[in-house]
Design a protein around this ligand. Sequence first.
Ligand code: MTE
Length: 322
Amino acid sequence: MANIKIPNDWEVSENETTPESVFMDRRKFLKGTGTIALFSAISWAGCAPSANSGEPATPVPVSESEKAIYPAKLDDSYTVDGPITPEKISSRYNNFYEFSSDKEGPRYNAQVLKTRPWKLEIKGHVENPGVYDMDDLYKTMPMEERIYRLRCVEAWSMMVPWTGFPLKALIDKVKPKSSATHVAFTTFYRPFSATGQLAFWYPWAYTEGLRVEEAMNKLTFMAVGIYGHPLPKQHGAPIRLVVPWKYGYKSAKSIEIIEFLDYQPPTFWTTAQPLEYAFEGNVNPGVPHPRWSQGREKMIGTGRERLTQIHNGYGRHVAHLY
Ligand code: MTE
């Protein structure tokens, strides 16, 4: 896949970046606050052996309709300015608390998740509620490839080529009622395979939410693939949200339910740590996290850091929403 250099309004010049060695080491920082001890206590669950999974071990083959979406056409209106993060790095550095609170854990532990067949339910304040099999979506949704920045609230970033479709295409089918103000996204709840969900102090299942206008924005993307192939389980197979102007925690993985509501829903992180993670979750270098700055970001896989951009550089597409 080509990485075409098209200057964009979110470009950051080389002289704004500094070596990684200068960058705050968050693990050291967390250690100082005692947070590492808490996170380590959580990881016992995510690292439990897969023999306890309760899910069949035999992988289900990729269907013809899923195979047919690759290669998807690159939508170069969203091409970024820097190198794509190599897959061997992004697929080994994941946040997926259902399987581990370590970055390395999901790559191993998520493999027990049964992702085929998979159904996505759409309900709530819509004219056409329904349950979609993934094959329905592979056949009917306008699949394309988009290279987006991913900026995690933990002050690191990547450049990722996703395959999927704009969420708006699905929303147009289900037709939200005028009473719908928000959309809630819910990940599976399967604590016998996703043993991180045994961590009783978290409000499982993982849920996220957007305002309807945010969900309908052309940037809001449902990813079913990455690097030109189906999503590996650690990235949220078979379908996940990608909202590139918001911190990564808004981009819920392995979604089973999309519900249209007439109120702002509680989410996993706004319930677990309301003082640290806001519902809006927009990337904003001017608003520090209570425990660290959001002014700069470590570019995973490059050994460099850069200045963080307001709305992660996507302001011209989304600033009017705020
Ligand atoms: N979705 C679920 N279900 N569980 C999670 O723990 N972590 C979020 C988001 N989606 C998370 C999730 C966070 S904090 C980030 S940064 C991104 O997933 C990371 O996506 P990636 O591992 O594919 O890079």
